[in-house]
Design a protein around this ligand. Sequence first.
Ligand SMILES: [Zn+2]
Length: 173
Amino acid sequence: MGQTPQKWPGIELSNDDLLNKKVTQTRYHPRAKFSWSAGEAMSRFLNELKEGRLIGRECKHCNKILFPPRMFCEQCFKPTSKWVYIKDTGTIQTYSISYLDKDAKRITNPIYVGVVSIDGASEKMGIMHYFGEVTKDTIHIGMKVKAKWKPPLERTGSILDIEYFRPLKEGEQ
Ligand SMILES: [Zn+2]
């Protein structure tokens, strides 16, 4: 039967050894360049964001609109059938009031993040995003919201082309 060794063979390095340069070290900035394909469904989705539109894929077998779009259906594993534009309004499914920013730094004014399901997509098709123009007292699950888009020239084909989702105003679609 093996035993956990109390001491590993070799010479252990301490932090001090590194700081005092007892071992040879080198530092450099690698100039790593790469390109990455987002794939067919995600590429179209991101390009549509630049135009201020949300798009999903329909699975005709399950009669579902998948959003964000996927080229195959996660339920029946068949290829999805066609592109479908959906609205930029939706419903807050869940949210958090966060006193940590995206770099995990403490902040005084909280940010609101959560899952929004989009009108026109099938149930349980949601995306994570920020909520804005809300307070701790006004935000709630079931709140109707609408995308607050960045101005067209500032859009880059990123999910952050939507700045946040804000409360849907009365009479607004
Ligand atoms: Zn399906």
